[in-house]
Design a protein around this ligand. Structure first.
Ligand code: SF4
Length: 338
């Protein structure tokens, strides 16, 4: 039995860790980061061994799902070693404690062709790939890099490696808004689920997020006018609510931080590549796990830090998007990887 399961002060069990292995990325998506980003000095970033040790401390406390994130996790050199090490906690050897039910990853897909087979061999079964458009020019405009062909090749390689791919699409007014049905058809035609996500006001970016904020209530209405959406009980342990699409045979998910709060069933925390545990995507409450890891009594210090995190975890986020409004947080999404 895990020592003391992670339970926050609202009675929510925390079983899902989103672990960022780097804040760096090979893309510069306009709603996520600025063109000129000051990334974390390497000296401040945890080693893979330290990230592994942190992950084990969470597994000890009842975490059963770990998602590796970035920035872009696959740009971190040797990250596959961490995936392999954590993969060994999925099917534990005789007499060894296991505890991990799922090891997964969110990627922008540009490096998937290189890593898909290794991820599958290490025990990863499902991955999320960010894909906001199939239009090469729009992709280059949104990501500030012309990499759509690599992403599509990467998705194909992941499928060929036996990985279940779910596409994550940020719904952007006046940008990919009218392409959403085509994205859904493409995804379902290739056997992939697709989740639509509302823009979240994290970090300063060029331009006003309100210009491209598209409520998913509007998108769902439009899709329901086109297709038969059947509410689905499918759950992945994340905040999405799912619908089956009768005509395509596929599934659409909706992540609605602004139009449909999902914090009541929150089961997750995030750790940055420098070991900062953010208890909520929408909050500033955090504890420093790096100091605990590097202390004289790391086990005890880590246990105390996790207890503290449960004590300070807020009930919910208070995101708001309005013309000219400042971001809810100065922290960029890329620091916690969503
Ligand atoms: S915003 Fe915070 S409380 Fe709400 S679901 Fe996300 S992490 Fe949990």
């Amino acid at each position: 039995m895990p020592s003391a399961p992670l339970l926050d002060s609202f009675g929510r069990g925390i079983t899902y860790l989103r672990l960022s292995v780097t804040d760096r990325c090979d893309l510069r998506c306009t709603y996520c980061m600025a063109e000129r980003m000051a990334f974390l000095p390497r000296s401040e970033v945890l080693s893979l061994e330290e990230l592994h040790r942190l992950a084990l401390a969470f597994i000890e406390r009842g975490v059963t799902k770990i998602r590796l994130t970035g920035g872009e996790p696959l740009v971190r050199r040797d990250v596959i070693d961490l995936v392999r090490a954590l993969g060994r906690r999925l099917e534990p050897a005789e007499g060894q404690q296991g505890g991990l039910e799922e090891l997964t990853l969110t990627t922008n897909g540009t490096r998937l062709t290189e890593f898909a087979d290794d991820l599958a061999a290490a025990g990863v079964r499902r991955i999320n790939v960010s894909l906001d458009t199939l239009d090469r020019a729009l992709f280059a405009r949104l990501a500030r890099r012309d990499r759509l062909p690599q992403v599509l090749e990467g998705i194909a390689a992941a499928k060929a490696a036996g990985l279940a791919v779910k596409l994550n699409t940020v719904a952007l007014k006046g940008l990919n808004e009218h392409e959403i049905p085509a994205l859904v058809e493409w995804a379902h035609g290739h056997g992939h689920d697709l989740t639509l996500i509302e823009v979240m006001p994290l970090g300063e970016v060029e331009g006003d997020r309100a210009d491209h904020y598209l409520p998913l209530t509007v998108v769902r209405e439009r899709l329901a006018a086109r297709w038969t959406l059947i509410e689905s009980g499918h759950r992945t342990g994340g905040p999405a609510s799912y619908f089956e699409v009768a005509e395509t045979g596929g599934r659409i998910g909706f992540i609605t931080p602004l139009t449909g709060n999902f914090c009541a069933t929150c089961n997750r925390v995030r750790v940055t590549a420098t070991g900062e545990l953010y208890t909520c995507l929408g909050g500033t409450e955090k504890v420093d796990l790096r100091a605990a890891l590097r202390s004289d009594e790391p086990e005890a210090a880590l246990a105390a830090a996790l207890d503290e995190a449960m004590r300070i975890k807020p009930e919910r986020h208070h995101f708001r998007i309005a013309p000219g409004a400042a971001p809810a947080l100065r922290r960029h999404m890329s620091l916690t990887g969503g």
